[in-house]
Design a protein around this ligand. Structure first.
Ligand SMILES: [Zn+2]
Length: 168
């Protein structure tokens, strides 16, 4: 992601390596603002039932429309990663879950909106029925050895592959 103008003072931004740094950044020559374009944290869940079926949601909006993902989404300001994972799962699938610890975290470099860090939890459903949320067209359980394609985002593919390698 890039800015054209300084979000603080509206001066045109330049691109250079700031003093004592090694990475090129967008900087404002007027007020000194430096744009640190860090990845955004997102949280998702691996819900796999006793029959080795995994909970997935189909994306309704860009990017990756019609592709399948773990229930997941971006953290809101003031929210913890665990709260984010629980909220996103409920919003996308209608299911209330309990988290069973962090599974792993992944670099997401193929989301066109911005760089992402995806924190993935192991989780289990405690109540609710599947009701696809506003931003998904479908949600359901699929045999983890025969998941629908395509899976959106390399981070999701990596998490599912790692789950298979560890537990199946
Ligand atoms: Zn400025």
């Amino acid at each position: 992601m890039r800015y054209k103008y300084c979000p603080v003072c509206a001066n045109k931004l330049a691109t250079r390596i700031p003093e004592n740094e090694i990475i090129e950044r967008q900087v404002c020559g007027k007020c000194g603002f430096v744009f640190y374009d860090n990845p955004k944290p997102a949280c998702g869940v691996l819900v796999v039932d006793d029959n080795q079926k995994i909970l997935l949601a189909k994306r309704k909006y860009p990017p990756a429309v019609g592709e399948w993902t773990l229930p997941a989404g971006f953290m809101e300001i003031g929210e913890g990663p665990d709260e984010c994972a629980i909220r996103e799962t409920f919003e996308e699938t209608g299911l209330h879950i309990k988290l069973n610890g962090v599974f792993n975290a992944y670099k997401g470099g193929d989301d066109p909106r911005h760089a992402v860090v995806l924190i993935v939890y192991l989780a289990e459903v405690i109540s609710g029925e599947i009701i696809p949320g506003d931003d998904v067209s479908e949600a359901g359980y699929f045999d983890i050895n025969n998941i629908p394609v395509p899976i959106a985002f390399s981070s999701n593919e990596e998490a599912i592959a790692e789950y298979r390698a560890r537990y199946l």
